[in-house]
Design a protein around this ligand. Structure first.
Ligand code: FAD
Length: 320
């Protein structure tokens, strides 16, 4: 047994060898990971990270894979999946404390069942809460950072440390956690009290609206290019620019710029990471030629050896 798969002898959670990453990506794309582990506790996460460092094996933390493109070759290392095993929560008054692996729509519903408001905007975001904090995700002009009180992370020295809201340095789709190898473990939110019926009706209308706008019938990764309000004011939202450039329906292999929403790339059935990257590269080039704007992507590409890059950087490299 090699040093990667010998992790199986340790009590670090549920372990899968040669696990197809397509099963862990909302794009349904990606070759096999040598090992994928789903830990239950902070201690287990620490043990995996220490082991990876000691053995010099690349390790990458993921949530629900709804903002990630995995390489067609897969990943030669350990994927640490923060998911349902790591999703306990407590609610006291307006404060909710929750582990990072909880599925965001599930937690939004739990908050609403407890008459708590502030995260309804995330009801249709299909990732984990840890992924949402990492990305400072949200919708309708709101983001998770608005209601964060405190975040606990594991740092590179294997310490569990906490960040106050201001230390998280939240801005549009950015957080301090993108700048270093922090593993987000626990999230404390400060919500508002609200009427359950009102919150539920708001959530229903958000979901209806998204169903009409987004191509949810094909595997996708949400918006591919950042829709930064500041950039949108000068140019237009990326979907509009791509549509105006005539790229709706543009297809490479099994991947296509959605006919319904041009900021989505959908997997028509057998798309590869290479197909998606070719489309990104083409869209970047055409939009740049037409508008002088270099689009940025919020999606991260996980290379075979664990290098994490924003998708626009991979598209740019391929253009050279
Ligand atoms: C249909 C669809 C609609 C979407 N709509 C929206 C939207 O309206 N608004 C929006 O903001 N996003 C949207 N997204 C994108 C995505 O769902 C969010 O960014 C989500 O929060 C990512 O969470 P995840 O668990 O899937 O993260 P992943 O995709 O698994 O990971 C994303 C990044 O976060 C890091 N990460 C994940 N968990 C942790 C952790 N615990 N500690 C440290 N790093 C971590 C990963 O290393 C990676 O770099 C959409 C996606 C889809 C498929």
């Amino acid at each position: 047994m090699d040093k990667v798969s010998s992790l199986i002898n340790k009590n670090v959670g549920d372990i899968y060898l040669k696990e197809p990453l397509s099963k862990h990506s909302s794009w349904r794309i990606g070759g096999p990971a040598d090992v994928l582990v789903e830990p239950y506790t902070v201690e287990q996460i620490l043990e995996i990270v220490r082991y990876a460092d000691l053995m010099k094996i690349p390790a990458v933390v993921i949530g629900n894979g709804t903002n990630l493109l995995f390489s067609d070759e897969g990943f030669r290392g350990i994927i640490i999946k923060m998911g349902k095993n790591f999703s306990k929560y407590t609610i006291k008054g307006k404060r909710a404390c929750v582990e990072a692996g909880i599925w965001t729509p599930k937690f939004v519903k739990i908050l609403s069942d407890n008459g708590l408001s502030g995260l309804e905007h995330a009801i249709g975001i299909p990732g984990t809460l840890g992924g949402l904090v990492f990305m400072n995700g949200g919708s309708g002009g709101k983001c998770i950072g608005d209601i964060v009180k405190k975040i606990w992370v594991i740092d590179k020295n294997y310490n569990l440390i906490s960040f106050s809201k201001s230390e998280c340095d939240f801005s549009y789709r950015k957080s301090v956690f993108q700048d270093s190898n922090y593993i987000i473990c626990k999230i404390e939110l400060e919500c508002e009290t609200g009427e359950k019926e009102k919150i539920e009706s708001e959530m229903r209308s958000i979901l209806d609206n998204r169903k009409n706008k987004f191509p949810l019938n094909y595997p996708n990764c949400g918006s591919v290019f950042l829709s930064n309000p500041v950039v949108n004011d000068t140019f237009a939202p990326p979907g509009k620019l791509i549509e105006e450039a005539g790229l709706k329906g543009y297809q490479v292999g099994g991947a296509q710029i959605s006919e319904k929403h041009a900021n989505f790339i959908v997997n028509l059935g057998n798309a590869t990471a290479k197909d998606v990257i070719s489309i990104v590269q083409y869209a970047l080039k055409i939009v740049y030629q037409r508008y002088g704007l270099y689009l940025e992507s919020e999606i991260k590409y996980v290379g075979e050896m664990g290098d994490l890059k924003s998708l626009h950087e991979v598209g740019k490299l391929s253009m050279e």
